[in-house]
Design a protein around this ligand. Sequence first.
Ligand code: NAP
Length: 291
Amino acid sequence: MIDASTGTARLLEGGPIAAEIRVAVAEDVERFTRDQGRPPGLAVVIIGRDAPSTVYLEQILRGCAKVGIDARFVELEGEATESAVVDVIRNLNADRAIDGVIVQMPLPPAIRLRTVIDAIDPAKDIDGIHPLNAGLLRLGYDGFLPATAHAAVEILRRSGIEIAGKDALVIGRSAVVGMPAAFLLVKEDATVTVAHSRTRDLPGKIGRADIVVVAAGHAGLVSGDMLKKGAVVVDVGINVVDGRIRGDVDFESARRVASAITPVPGGVGPLTNALLLTHLIRAAERQAAAR
Ligand code: NAP
């Protein structure tokens, strides 16, 4: 609902929700560590330390340390071959102290994404990139969800935003964000349209949507004048503009029309990291139960 005192949208902040999740994760980690005699383990495979995503991965490591998860970088040099990367992943698959594996993206050009994805044990694929987990999501079964897409929908659920029956528009159709967010919204009983760079009349589609999830990687793509009055806006985009982090939505104009909106930074991002920890705990518990 629009805040009557300011005439602007309710802010859907990820930080407080992430903090709640971390408290629950810390309890789960403590129980797992007591029962199994070791903490849950996460391996982050990085290929070339200077890649831009290293900062994001370091944040994940710090988040793990805070709740007692044993997380570590497994580093390969930037010129590593595809078979060297696959060997490292296979060793981690076989390592009983490692419950989850994530691989730094984007990969160097010489390494094929599909080869790396296929090498990850689906049981340790806590960021839901393996085809088995993507297929489970597509069929509406429980698998590992890509954490960002999970966060984009979870922020709505945990903020008490009604999804069932609503017209939702997802802008972006990537395998890691747009498509899984769309499938999750369908699972929550929304009626979903997926837009992409070839979509015709994007402003018209935005103007008809009750919920707009924007994951295009294009700063300012969506502005307030395009939105339906009272729409709910989830901004997944991360863009650096003039040295500052910006979303895909022009926040200032959108907040005057939307009923609720996620800020960037501080919306989907913090929740993504916290949810990834919940995926790790689930992976650890499932593997322990299967042994
Ligand atoms: P991606 O693989 O580049 O996909 C972008 C998608 O947006 C594509 O489907 C593309 O269409 C579509 N698109 C691009 N420009 C468009 C336009 N002008 N109109 C309509 N559709 C357009 O990116 P991604 O990995 O999905 O990431 C999307 C955004 O989320 C990026 O800003 C990324 O930095 C951010 N992100 C955020 C988090 C987080 O935790 N908050 C995590 C990961 C990514 P085509 O398919 O036709 O090319």
